[in-house]
Design a protein around this ligand. Structure first.
Ligand SMILES: Nc1ncnc2c1ncn2[C@@H]1O[C@H](COP(=O)(O)OP(=O)(O)OP(=O)(O)O)[C@@H](O)[C@H]1O
Ligand SMILES: [Mg+2]
Length: 253
């Protein structure tokens, strides 16, 4: 099934993606885009436009109503549940509302490694490495429930980094954080990409965050990408009037 890395053109290749939940309303409509290896691709848009839905589709937690998704050169349409799980295990998704297990930081970060049957001696090493990337090695033996909101988000990132995913899906990581914690998490995101070459998709409603971290940004509105490109160009010279309204804070939703 695996296709050699040299033969992929993009880590993600999405064509005419649509998603309907109740059979009538299209949450996503005819979305097509590609993401190259090692880029930070930010999906931005107001609440309820379908950002989480899109990430869940890419994480193979949902099926599209129409369209196709290629991941690392593999067409996901005909895959069995087992093959989908295999692909998903190479991806890491940090959800919008993070819930850590009611256990130690160590146990939380080790979890993904255990279910992947990584040998015990390697688990220690990988947990330490992941905690180092997020700058929280000192919290290894703390109980998860004693962590601050910012620390919780960083541990949630460490939990997926530990198994070295090649695609990271981050959903509104900083929505409830202050500027200092937001800056720390944005630094982690950039460090992960720079150090490991991980491809990272970020969903956010924060335009400033998109400007700070994105290589490419896609503006999602009413289920469609209304603008895609370099964040400086998209935000400084928007072509679509809806993007202009979003930038100016005029979109009511
Ligand atoms: N399982 C589901 N069943 C029915 N409708 C759903 C389901 N999941 C999402 N939706 C609807 O799809 C739309 C998009 O939801 P989604 O969570 O993707 O938006 P979002 O852009 O992530 O919003 P937010 O910024 O608030 O997180 C919403 O109207 C939501 O109610
Ligand atoms: Mg969401």
């Amino acid at each position: 099934m695996a296709i050699p890395a040299a033969e992929w053109t993009s880590i993600l290749d999405i064509k005419d993606f649509s998603k309907t939940f109740d059979g009538t309303t299209n949450v996503l409509e005819n979305i097509s885009f590609q993401v190259s290896k090692g880029e930070i691709f930010v999906i931005i848009g107001p609440s309820g436009v379908g950002k989480t839905t899109l990430l869940r589709l890419i994480n193979l937690l949902e099926f599209p109503s129409a369209g196709s998704l290629m991941i690392k050169g593999i067409d996901t349409t005909p895959l069995t549940q087992k093959q989908r799980l295999e692909l998903r295990r190479k991806q890491g998704m940090v959800f919008q509302s993070t819930i850590l297990f009611n256990e130690s930081v160590y146990a939380n970060v080790a979890y993904g490694l255990k279910i992947r049957e990584v040998p015990k001696n390697e688990i220690d090493e990988k947990v330490s490495k992941a905690l180092k990337v997020v700058g929280l090695e000192d919290l290894k033996y703390r109980h998860a429930k004693t962590l601050s909101g910012g620390e919780t988000q960083r541990i949630a990132i460490a939990r997926v980094l530990a198994y070295e995913p090649d695609l990271l899906l981050l959903d509104e990581l900083t929505a409830n954080l202050d500027p200092s914690n937001t800056a720390k998490i944005e630094k982690v995101v950039k460090d992960v990409r720079d150090t490991f070459g991980t491809t990272i998709l970020v969903a956010t409603h924060n335009m400033f965050q998109a400007k700070r971290i994105a290589d490419h940004v896609a503006v999602l509105f009413n289920g469609r990408f209304i603008e895609v490109g370099n964040p400086q160009i998209v935000f400084e010279h928007p072509q679509n009037p809806l993007t202009k309204s979003f930038i100016n804070g005029e979109l009511i939703y």
